[in-house]
Structure formats: C-alpha cells, structure tokens
Design a protein around this ligand. Structure first.
Ligand SMILES: NC(=O)C1=CN([C@@H]2O[C@H](COP(=O)(O)OP(=O)(O)OC[C@H]3O[C@@H](n4cnc5c(N)ncnc54)[C@H](OP(=O)(O)O)[C@@H]3O)[C@@H](O)[C@H]2O)C=CC1
Ligand SMILES: O=C(O)[C@@H]1CCC=N1
Length: 281
C-alpha cells in the first residue's frame, strides 16, 4: 500500500455505495491509481448523486433507474458487490445475464460464501470474497481475500491490486474468512468502543471533551505507531509502561478482573455465529 503509484486497474463496477463501498472507492480514486473506469450504483439517489460529480466516475441510482446495476456491470471486468448480505442473492440474480465471460465478481458481504454466489452466476464468471475494513478511507485497511472454485491466479492478482490501493491484503482459504472478519472486519468497532470508554473515563475525571479526545486519540495513535515501528511484542511494551508497584499496575489489575481474552473470544465467537446465520440466508 505504501506505493500505489503506477497501479493500473480494469473497469470496475461498485454495486452499493454505503460505508464500505465508499471506503473502497476512496482508494480507487486516489492519486497514482489508474482505473480504466469506475461505475457506481446505489439504491438511494442521494448517495449516487454525491458520487456523480467525481471525475472518472459514472453513478446510477436503482431508485430512479431500474436497470442501474445491469448497466453498471455491462463491460466491467471487475464487479464489487457491497450491499448488505441479505441483498446479495437478489443482486446477483439481477446482474447475471449482463456479465461478460471472464468477469471477476468480488463480494465484500459478510457470511455469503463463494459456493452460493457461484451457483447464481455463469460458469465463465469468477467469484472472489474479500473482507476489508473501514480504515480503507485513510489507506490503512486490512483486507482478507479468498478465491472461489473458478478463480485463477490472475483474477486473484487483480483483486489483490485493487485492495492494495486501500491498505494491506492477506490471502486466506475461504474456510477462514468469516473468522478473519470477526478480527479485522469488525475490529475497528472494538477499537472505537475502547476509545469511547476511555474518553468517558477522562471526562468523568474533569477533562473537557476536547481535552479527553486529544488525550485518548493521541494515546491510541501513539501506542499503535510505537507497536508497529518498534516491531516489539505488545506485552513487552505494556510492561514498560507498568512500573513495578506504580499506578498502571493498579489499573491493569482492575482490567484483568474482566478477563479480556475470554471476553474477546466470546465476542468474536458471537460474530462468527452471526456470519453463519448470514450464510444460511
Ligand atoms: N461496514 C463495514 O465495516 C464492513 C462492511 N462489509 C460488508 O459490506 C457490505 C455493505 O455494508 P455497509 O457498507 O456497512 O452497509 P451500508 O448499508 O452502509 O451500504 C449498503 C449500500 O448498498 C446500497 N444498496 C442497497 N440495495 C442496493 C441495490 N440493489 N443496488 C445498489 N445499491 C444498493 C444502499 O443504498 P441506500 O443509500 O439506499 O441505503 C447502501 O448505500 C455488507 O455486505 C457488509 O457485510 C464488509 C467489511 C466491513
Ligand atoms: O458488521 C458487519 O456485518 C460487517 C462485516 C464486518 C464489519 N462490518
């Protein structure tokens, strides 16, 4: 991701311009990324209209143009499906007749597996699943990608290049993609929850909301950068903050009572169970 210069991508159709669709679009439209063309569809006209003015983008709203999705995929080499999981099957049924042989359909939808999607599309179309996360907006996504049964290495390379425009890409077997989603797909929400909680504690201690945001956001950013740039074990970095018999030790003792590893295991198990419900349709 550090060098997205000279990336050339084929014509892409993005179906669904919600949180995730727009986050991916921000990477595709970044300087240095050459895309043969970008077509975007969205159900509501308001969001499509916001994007319609973007240079290089053609936007359609299904609300006002019934064949918007079919128009967008016609001639596109890569189709990104970024609607809610419950809508994926209907959307694929809608576009199946408009896909050219060799098109790569990439779904970012949680749960819905490639076998289901392949069964709804022609044999000549390859299906890939991707699980990005919202830091794509700032070029810091982590995206898991998994090939379907009809995906050849070139297809996967295109998908990798596409998601590298918004961050890092990790290839995993599809059997692990829902688990990956519970970690990095949902992960930004866990981090924001921790930030919200620590900010609330700061405000309770008398800091203004602005001061609290500076203290907490700066601490998360600084700690993350320290972790990544030092390459050290987070447990060791934590120990360096925790002076023997000091203040942090008391705080960590309280936090440890909550058994955070067990709590995160339960939370991610719950997310995984939901992915399986979504897979069932
Ligand atoms: N949010 C996240 O962090 C992540 C989400 N995902 C996946 O991304 C997908 C989208 O999630 P998210 O962006 O959060 O959801 P949103 O509800 O924000 O986005 C979905 C978008 O799809 C549009 N839409 C609905 N039906 C159609 C249609 N038939 N044709 C074209 N557009 C349509 C909606 O339009 P309207 O303006 O009318 O609502 C909406 O803008 C989900 O499958 C989710 O599992 C994956 C990884 C992370
Ligand atoms: O909550 C969801 O279902 C999606 C998938 C991962 C992140 N957001």
């Amino acid at each position: 991701m550090d060098d997205v210069q000279n990336v050339t991508l084929p014509t892409i159709a993005m179906l669904g311009a919600g949180s995730m669709g727009r986050a991916i679009l921000s990477g595709l439209l970044a300087p240095g990324v050459q895309v043969a063309g970008v077509r975007v569809t969205n159900r509501s006209e308001a969001r499509a209209a916001e994007l319609a003015g973007t240079p290089g983008v053609t936007a359609y709203a299904t609300e006002t143009q019934a064949d918007a999705n079919r128009l967008a995929v016609d001639g596109a080499q890569v189709v990104i499906v970024a609607v809610k999981p419950a809508m994926v099957r209907d959307l694929l049924a809608e576009i199946t007749g408009s896909l050219a042989p060799g098109t790569v359909v990439v779904s970012v939808a949680a749960g819905v597996n490639t076998e289901t999607m392949e069964s709804l599309l022609p044999d000549s179309v390859s299906v890939v699943r991707a699980m990005p996360n919202t830091p794509a907006v700032v070029g810091k996504a982590v995206t898991g990608v998994s090939a379907g049964s009809r995906t050849d290495p070139d297809d996967l390379e295109v998908v990798r290049a596409l998601f590298e425009t918004v961050g890092e890409v990790v290839e995993v077997p599809e059997s692990q993609l829902d688990a990956l989603s519970t970690i990095s797909g949902s992960g930004p929400a866990y981090v924001f929850l921790l930030i919200e909680a620590l900010t609330e504690a700061a405000v309770q201690k008398g800091f203004t909301p602005e001061q609290a945001a500076t203290l907490v956001n700066g601490t998360f950013l600084g700690a993350s950068e320290l972790l990544v740039s030092s390459g050290e074990d987070p447990a060791e970095l934590r120990r360096r903050v925790t002076s023997p018999n000091g203040t942090t030790e008391r705080a960590i003792a309280v936090l440890s009572e909550a058994d955070l590893p067990a709590l995160f295991a339960r939370a991610t198990d719950a997310a995984l169970a939901r992915a399986r419900e979504l897979a069932a349709g």
